[in-house]
Design a protein around this ligand. Sequence first.
Ligand code: FES
Length: 119
Amino acid sequence: MISGTLEECGEMREVKPTWQGAVFVCTHEREPESCKAWCGRERGTDLREWLKARRKAEGLKGRILVAKSSCLGVCSKHGVTVAIMPSGSEPSKRQMVVFGPGDDRERLWARIRNALVGE
Ligand code: FES
């Protein structure tokens, strides 16, 4: 059994994910009167659920992680920020996109699939 803080235990260890890549969908929300842009919990959650269903339909559940995130630092009032992160790859292969209301979910999925599993 582990007790105390992580620093006291000194047992930080590296782990390897089983997935090939991850998608982080911003669901950050601010106060309605905020003048800052934000993606929005509802829109982000809706997009995330769609991506999870799409992933499952293609049998990629164990290969692509679809997670929600807080603010990713590139806020937009007119879309949801999505970070596409291949596992263990060089930083230049990481992508961030803002998915707007008129954008095609299938095109986003094709981009994710191509970046993370290359198929
Ligand atoms: S609120 Fe979504 S990226 Fe900042």
